[in-house]
Design a protein around this ligand. Sequence first.
Ligand code: ADP
Ligand code: ADP
Length: 226
Amino acid sequence: MIRIQDLTMSYETGSTRYDALRDINLELAAGETCAIIGPSGCGKSTLLKILAGIITDFTGTVAINEQPVRPKQQIIGFIPQNYGLLPWKNVYENICLGFKIKHKKQDEYETDLNSLVQLLGLGGLEARYPGELSGGQQQRVALARAFLLKPDLLLMDEPFSALDAMTREEIQNVFLHVWRKHSVSTILVTHHMEEAVYLGRKIVIMAAAPGKISQIVDNPLFGVDG
Ligand code: ADP
Ligand code: ADP
């Protein structure tokens, strides 16, 4: 489970210091999805960076499974807006990047790897390079890489915004399909209310200046088809 208590984070530029996030409180049960929505500048990316352990200078508590965020010990998946694939590595190598980063043995994951490749419709594309894939296919590779490591928390920053409407819908469904099988706690940031309603069991609405939560909604429409 994810627990954020009284989180405040400020940036310093020159001689001024201002709160990018103020008094954030949020709880997320294990295996839940949470969509964060809010205007540009309200601190969404800052919040993801704190959860990913990239920003460590904050006050308050941020815990994953009752432990303070420690990327070296926890597995935190992060899918950036541009998917984060390495252009000089092929699909197979990109999916396996996580093993190197986390120093895991690849043979322990062979079965999961094959089933994820199939589940995500990447069969036959293993030898291609990211530049030879569509946006939707690149996103599938990023999802395969993220899910393969069974992360304690998966973070996605505007994961589907670069895709055209039809591909976005398709990938949203692919995401939900894989998420249901793997039950991974997921926090995603989005600009689209529709996307938040479709993918978020919990919807967090943020307001800007300073960034704070204005509402948390238990989404009654999550998982409801049509
Ligand atoms: P969002 O992702 O919701 O657009 P951000 O988390 O990127 O919001 O930014 C929150 C606020 O912090 C904004 O006012 C932004 O200008 C500011 N900010 C973001 N990154 C930095 C930084 N590295 N240094 C100083 N200010 C920053
Ligand atoms: P190789 O030994 O085959 O070059 P590395 O393990 O050194 O592979 O990783 C290659 C590159 O990938 C390095 O520059 C590393 O900084 C970068 N890298 C590591 N982790 C990630 C990640 N999560 N996302 C994107 N790039 C990464």
